[in-house]
Design a protein around this ligand. Structure first.
Ligand code: PEP
Length: 249
């Protein structure tokens, strides 16, 4: 059975005090839900966030990690380091990492391999640009991202994977994919996985939608059969909107 997940990606927002305030409120107001609730704070907030939430159903996850286990990579963080501060899941291939830090599919393939080797769970992001959609290349782009980034995994490695479909044109823009557009792509992703790995793996992997998910559009998105939750940016920064999105699932 695939899991429902609501994951917040804080990007480079919230210092230690702000993160602390957020979690105090979230813990107090967290609704009863069958969904798994996750937050990805900045690296500097991981340990404290883990400590403050450890007795509650909130998973603290990382926004990125390096593909090597250790080495002379100034400014980078390894899987082992993340695990040492209580993190068991990392976001890989967010479009901002691809766009601003030059992460390509081949590098992401190495990050996925590193995650699997370290028994680290991950949320693997895919998404097309608006020009890909306008030129009707969006399915091709997503298939390539999956092929190169993920499809060297062994079948048993899929237990570590969650996928987030995040159309680049919908991230932080206030523009959301229409529920039927998102469903079409989620179905395509599931079918592409089924073609390579079979139905059982495809049916069990959670596929989240990301791209300006807000309290007022979340419900319609979550009603789509292949949408198992959301990766939420802006609306995860406020406890009130994040909770409404959790309630919507
Ligand atoms: C994201 O950063 O993954 C994201 C989906 O951002 P937003 O919800 O702000 O579009």
């Amino acid at each position: 059975m695939r899991k429902k997940i609501i994951a917040g990606n804080w990007k480079m927002f919230k210092d230690l005090v702000e993160a602390n305030d957020f979690f105090k409120q979230l813990i107090e107001k967290l609704p009863d839900t069958e969904a798994e609730v996750m937050i990805a704070p900045s690296f500097t907030n991981l340990w404290h966030s883990f400590q403050i939430t450890r007795d509650y159903p909130i998973e603290i996850i990382a926004q990125n990690m390096h593909e090597e286990n250790l080495g002379a990579y100034t400014g980078e963080v390894s899987a082992e380091m993340l695990k040492s501060v209580g993190v068991q899941r990392v976001i890989l291939g967010h479009s901002e990492r691809r766009m601003f830090f030059g992460e390509c599919d081949e590098q992401l393939n190495l990050k996925v391999e590193c995650a699997v080797n370290n028994e680290m769970n991950f949320i693997f992001c895919v998404g097309e640009e608006m020009e890909d959609r306008n030129s009707n290349n969006h399915f091709k782009v997503i298939k390539r991202q999956l092929d190169i980034g993920l499809f060297e995994m062994y079948p048993e490695d899929w237990k570590h994977a969650v996928i987030a479909y995040e159309p680049v044109w919908a991230i932080g823009t206030g523009e959301t994919a229409r529920p039927e557009q998102a469903q079409e792509m989620h179905h395509f992703i599931r079918k592409t996985i089924a073609d390579v790995y079979g139905n059982e793996i495809a049916e069990n992997v959670s596929i989240l939608y990301g791209g300006s998910v807000k309290p007022d559009n979340a419900k319609q998105l979550f009603q789509q059969p292949d949408i198992d939750g959301a990766l939420v940016g802006g609306a995860s920064l406020k406890v009130s909107s994040f909770i409404k999105i959790i309630q919507a699932i």
